[in-house]
Design a protein. Structure first.
Length: 119
């Protein structure tokens, strides 16, 4: 089981603010987690989760040390834990962030997009 390495694209946002798009593509039941990214200074973050879930649950996780992970929440305080396509703003600012999946079947094929704006 291998972690899925992300593709990271940088772009200019409004008022010259730097933005990044991170894509973890093809999270499967065999390769169920994304390699964590660090984007210090990214204060605004939104995740979009799409694909074939086949009973999978996708959880967005954060960590300060890259070892101990916890589930991130949306602005209403709900855990970002999805069983179908969704988009959410992320409340916590953590050093590391990654997606993790569990419970999916053989046809699981999930893409996770994370858009971040540097302050």
């Amino acid at each position: 089981m291998a972690d899925i390495a992300p593709t990271i694209s940088q772009m200019q946002g409004h008022n010259e603010r730097r933005c990044h798009m991170v894509l973890w593509e093809t999270l499967t039941s065999a390769n169920a987690a994304g390699t964590a990214v660090q984007m210090g200074g990214s204060t605004d973050r939104t995740v979009q989760i799409i694909g074939t879930f086949d009973s999978a649950t996708v959880v967005m996780q954060g960590s300060m040390d890259g070892t101990t992970w916890f589930t991130l929440t949306d602005p209403q305080g709900n855990a970002i834990s999805k069983t179908a396509a969704a988009g959410e703003a992320i409340t916590e600012i953590t050093r590391y962030i990654r997606p993790s999946t569990s419970g999916g079947g053989a046809s699981q094929d999930i893409d996770v997009y994370l858009f971040m704006v540097k302050s």
